[in-house]
Design a protein. Structure first.
Ligand SMILES: Nc1ncnc2c1ncn2[C@@H]1O[C@H](COP(=O)(O)OP(=O)(O)OP(=O)(O)O)[C@@H](O)[C@H]1O
Ligand SMILES: [Mg+2]
Length: 328
């Protein structure tokens, strides 16, 4: 696997407070790397160092190296706008520009020299399509971006970010402000985009990390305590602190009160049946659902979470089946 971003001995201080301690990680090209860890452990600081948005914070000191395609991003002599162009940032809350849907996407294109109307039209359509928003907005491109739903605004921000042709997409909890359906849209786009872009996503949601990540980096109090393939880190963590963090989110060893086999059922019926089965359980009890419909692997957990239940684990158990463990 080719390394795209090579971080070496990265330290960051806010005044006296050290937010990042000697971080060394290699982020692979055209893969999704998820950064997980408790609040305040330095995840956002790390992302901001990558694209040097950290420069905007007063009193910050950063040391170490961040090599992107061989160039050290932290080198004072480099052209920072060029570095930022290589890295699109998808923030926690969408931040569309106060202009039309069309102009939000065209904005970056114009800055980078596309003026011709026909070329602009084509490119705006192209990026709205890869962000998965085109069909919903193609008839109202001139209406203000602010009129879109939050989830649509987030996909618009994705389109706007992609329009300047970055190589790397940085996302800081990009779905935490979104409803389950909009989150699913963003996740689907990110999975598709990982064929062409290197993606780094900060997430609080272990299930999201499971659905998306190829690699996982676990931050703890400003340090990287574990880093590796997602399946290894999430299912078989070596570090006690990673184990504790993941167990805090869902338990790996858990007593199952009832098991429901929903193999052969397609979405949305498997969700409906799972819901009915859960209905008969007492609160706090745990149900394991077996499904063989790939759609159900994302849909059932999402629906259950939306209904206020806790999804404790989602795991592929053989070549066709998945087990979803839900606590009422
Ligand atoms: N501008 C700032 N000035 C001073 N301290 C800061 C600043 N920004 C962050 N910190 C501190 O640095 C540490 C890391 O913060 P950071 O925002 O990177 O954490 P995080 O892992 O993204 O947390 P969360 O999950 O809550 O978003 C925290 O202790 C935080 O209080
Ligand atoms: Mg943060």
């Amino acid at each position: 696997m080719k390394t795209h971003i090579n971080v070496q001995n990265l330290n960051a201080f806010y005044g006296e407070h050290q937010a990042l301690r000697n971080i060394s990680v290699e982020i692979p090209e055209k893969q999704i790397t998820a950064i997980i860890g408790p609040s305040g452990c330095g995840k956002s600081t790390f992302l901001k160092c990558l694209n040097r948005l950290i420069d905007l914070t007063e009193g910050v000191r950063v040391s170490g190296k961040i090599l992107v395609d061989g160039t050290d991003v932290l080198d004072r002599g480099i052209e920072i706008t060029e570095v930022r162009r290589k890295m699109g940032l998808l923030p926690q809350r969408p931040n569309p520009l106060p202009m039309s849907i069309y102009d939000n996407v065209a904005y970056g294109l114009r800055i980078h020299g596309t003026r011709d109307r026909k070329a602009l039209n084509e490119k705006v359509e192209h990026y709205l399509k890869i962000a998965g928003l085109w069909d919903e907005v193609k008839d109202r491109l001139r209406s203000p971006a602010a009129k879109l739903s939050i989830g649509q605004q987030q996909r618009l921000c994705l389109a706007r970010g992609l329009a300047v042709e970055p190589e790397i997409i940085l996302c800081d909890e990009p779905t935490s402000a979104l409803d389950p359906l909009s989150s699913q849209h963003i996740e689907q786009q990110l999975l598709k985009l990982s064929e062409r872009y290197t993606i780094v996503i900060v997430t609080h949601n272990i299930h999201q990390a499971m659905r998306l990540a190829d690699y996982v980096v676990h931050f703890y109090l400003g340090e990287v305590v574990e880093h590796g393939e997602a399946s290894e880190v999430l299912e078989n963590p070596k570090d006690e602190r990673t184990r504790a963090y993941i167990n805090g989110t869902f338990l790996t060893q858990i007593k199952i009160d009832t098991e429901v086999n929903l193999k052969g059922n397609k979405c949305p019926f498997n969700f409906v049946y799972a819901k009915q089965a859960l209905h008969n359980l007492e609160p706090g009890k745990v149900m394991r659902v077996i499904v063989d419909d790939p759609m159900a692997v994302t849909e059932v957990p999402r629906g259950m979470e939306a209904d206020g239940h806790k999804v404790l684990n989602v795991k592929q158990i053989n070549s066709t089946d998945w087990a979803i463990v839900i606590q009422k």
